[in-house]
Design a protein around this ligand. Structure first.
Ligand code: GLV
Length: 326
């Protein structure tokens, strides 16, 4: 038997995943779950054949410089904006991701934030807990927004965007979408969704959801100018990536009630959060948990392991991102 290949797991995963990896490879696993800074990750990559990375691990030139034997970076995520893909391709390092397995779970969380912001759930919860609920059923207390029969605008109509749109059917909503490509007619019909330009979507939607993969081209896709086009009663939801929304602009708009609310799972520079959000009652904030159910996170790990194993066995991984290395 030849020498066992080496795998580095940059963040803590599930014990059964580590066990499955150890059956095939020599494994270094980040039991502590302390994110390794780039220099440390680079150092630990020496002699490693495959890296299992998370969205918070930057895999750039500094890190890749340590990967003297590296052949695959298997990201346990659908997004790959933490990875310098051209730099990997140049070095012949395959990059893979985990599409498909987290669509429904992320769509569910998007809806949870949308509904929480619409019906002011976090505010109400905080009120009850601090004993501030003094008189029951005031007629005009904590009035929120109707979700049913409202207009939902989705920017980015990939798999997750479509899963979000599908759920709108149960609420009898009108669905507008904006996307690079028009969906096939059958999908538009199934989702009851109409393609519109971005300005119209912003102007007509009661709920605006952004669901685009991050790239420099979509940095601050929603900034002050776009927020200004939204209704004062509208709610913005971002479960895609920090940086797609300009946090400073959104904080200012929420503070001045230029829009009614926001539901946010992702932030620029996370885990840091713009402190402006913290005292805003009309923002519902979650810590990047779009895919965070046990079943889905496990499926993501399994998909990432399947990609890693394929690459290390010289096969084309099922979810190869830099296809030119196929
Ligand atoms: C999570 O954010 C992912 O990209 O899978």
């Amino acid at each position: 038997m030849g020498e066992r290949k080496k795998v580095l797991v940059a963040r803590q995963v599930f014990p059964e995943v580590v066990e499955a990896l150890r059956a095939r490879f020599e494994v270094e696993h980040n039991d502590e779950d302390r994110p390794w800074p780039p220099e440390e990750l680079a150092r630990r990559l020496r002699g490693v054949d495959g890296l299992l990375s998370s969205v918070m691990d930057r895999v750039d030139e500094t890190v890749l410089a340590g990967g003297d034997r590296l052949t695959v970076v298997s990201n346990i995520a659908v997004g790959t904006n933490n990875i310098d893909i051209p730099a990997c391709t140049k070095r012949g390092v395959k990059v893979t991701n985990t599409p498909g397995v987290l669509d429904d779970t992320t769509a569910d969380l998007t809806w949870a934030l949308l509904m929480a912001a619409a019906r002011r759930i976090a505010e109400g919860d905080a009120l009850v807990r601090r004993g501030g609920w003094d008189i029951a059923f005031r007629m005009q207390d904590r009035l929120g927004a109707d979700v049913h029969h409202a207009t939902l605008g989705i920017i980015g109509m990939g798999r997750i965007g479509q899963a979000i749109a599908k759920r709108a059917g149960g609420f009898d909503m009108r669905v507008l979408y904006h996307n690079r490509n028009r969906l096939p007619e059958a999908d538009e019909k199934r989702l009851n969704a109409t393609l519109v330009d971005r300005d119209r979507l912003l102007a007509e939607s009661d709920f605006v959801v952004v669901m685009v993969p991050y790239s420099p081209a979509v940095h601050h896709l929603i900034g002050a100018a776009e927020i200004a086009k939204m209704k004062p009663t509208a709610i913005l939801v971002n479960t895609a990536r920090g940086g797609v929304v300009d946090d400073a602009a959104l904080v200012a708009a929420l503070r001045e009630r230029r829009i009614a609310g926001a539901g946010l799972d992702v932030f620029e520079g996370e885990p840091k959060v713009n402190p402006g959000y913290l005292d805003l009652p009309n923002a519902v904030l979650t810590p990047h948990v779009g895919s965070a159910t046990r079943a889905t996170r496990l499926r993501m790990c399994e998909t990432a392991v399947a990609n890693l194993v394929a690459a290390l066995e010289g096969r084309v991984p099922p979810n190869l991102v830099n296809r030119e290395l196929a």
